[in-house]
Design a protein around this ligand. Structure first.
Ligand code: NAP
Length: 312
């Protein structure tokens, strides 16, 4: 954490590229196109400057439209925001990477991405069907490509100045270590589910030791209740410090040195989720001592997203 201690403005340096990642990120995994636009505009207005997108979310066009209109309305420039997208599982074959990247750029109406991630370490059968399944409904994986093959293609995007930094998502420490060792350009960011019920302490330690930013998704446990938003320790701290449970959870995530992605859909929640401030040390320590363990998203096990309706 920087000395400025304004968590809202916290930026994390990346181990390659020139960019710094704003710790507070807005996630665009929103199925409804109109809500995608209004929520993205509201996030920009509330102060979010980091936007997490993906071809799999099927709404990059709407995010691009909202960003373009929002930047103009607020007199902001492209360089004022940090934009990420992710390569989907059906595009892991190296020869498919550049066109998938270009298609994301085009939909987002951008000519550069600050960060490009491999969405999951699972390669699916290449093709236009993002959810390829056999007649029994089982996912069809592609055994003919390794994570390192795909990574090499992402390295080439950095070499050619197409994106600032590259990284991984939905990986375990067992995936990260060999990739890290073999990579010519080391992953700058690892995006995984993380909150007090899934602190990913070992992975965070590895990331800290190797200058990798851990980017936490589901910092509110995907909003699922019961979950961290209703945890009695979090509720008690929220009452004590006069913040909402969501603000406590988001502050904790930034204070422990991670970046995060949250997805408020209304303007009120965007303002609430941006308005975080430093927790007193005892509150921070109490959250670290929560013993409940729960994973809310199984994507890390299969590569199949838990929160996107099939066929959408
Ligand atoms: N790499 C991956 O595989 C992966 C997987 C999942 C997500 N992600 C990324 O992570 C982003 C974050 O998504 P998330 O679901 O993990 O976000 P989250 O912020 O942990 O959870 C969003 C849920 O929390 C609720 N919520 C938001 N602000 C709240 C507040 N102030 N008080 C109470 N409830 C609140 C929302 O409810 P309302 O909808 O009612 O506002 C929504 O149901 C996604 O958009 C995506 O970019 C990545």
């Amino acid at each position: 954490m920087t000395d400025a201690s304004d968590l809202r403005l916290e930026k994390l340096p990346l181990n390659h590229g020139t960019g710094q990642m704003p710790a507070l990120g807005f996630g665009t995994l929103i199925p409804d196109p109109a809500v995608t636009i209004s929520a993205t505009r509201a996030a920009l207005e509330a102060g979010f400057r980091h936007f997490d997108c993906a071809e799999r979310y099927r709404n990059e066009s709407e995010v691009g439209e909202a960003l373009q209109a929002g930047l103009a309305a607020q007199n902001l420039a492209r360089k004022d925001i940090f934009v990420t997208s992710k390569l989907w599982n059906t595009n892991h074959r190296p020869e498919r990477v550049e066109s998938a990247f270009n298609a994301s750029l085009e939909r987002l109406k951008l000519n550069f991405l600050d960060l490009y991630l491999i969405h999951t370490p699972f390669a699916f059968q290449p093709g236009d069907n993002q959810d390829p399944r056999d007649q029994n409904g089982n996912l069809i994986y592609d055994r003919g490509v390794t994570l390192l093959d795909t990574w090499r293609a992402l390295e080439s995007l950095v070499d050619h100045g197409r994106c600032g930094a590259i990284g991984l998502s939905d990986v375990s420490l067992n995936d990260v270590v060999p990739l890290y060792e073999a990579a010519r350009i080391k992953p700058a960011v690892v995006q995984v589910e993380s909150h007090p019920y899934l602190p990913e302490t070992e992975l965070l330690q590895f990331c800290n030791e190797h200058n990798i930013v851990l980017l936490a998704f589901a910092p509110l446990g995907h909003g699922i209740k019961p979950g961290p938003l209703e945890d009695r320790v979090v509720l008690a701290i929220a009452a004590r410090v006069k913040k909402t449970p969501a603000q406590v959870l988001l502050a904790w995530a930034v204070q422990r040195g991670t970046a995060l992605l949250t997805t408020p859909r209304s303007a009120e929640r965007a303002k609430e989720n941006f308005d975080i401030s430093v927790l007193p040390q005892d509150a921070f320590d109490e959250i670290n001592q929560i013993q409940t363990r729960q994973r809310f998203n199984a994507v890390v096990k299969t590569g199949s997203p838990g929160f996107i309706p099939q066929g959408s």
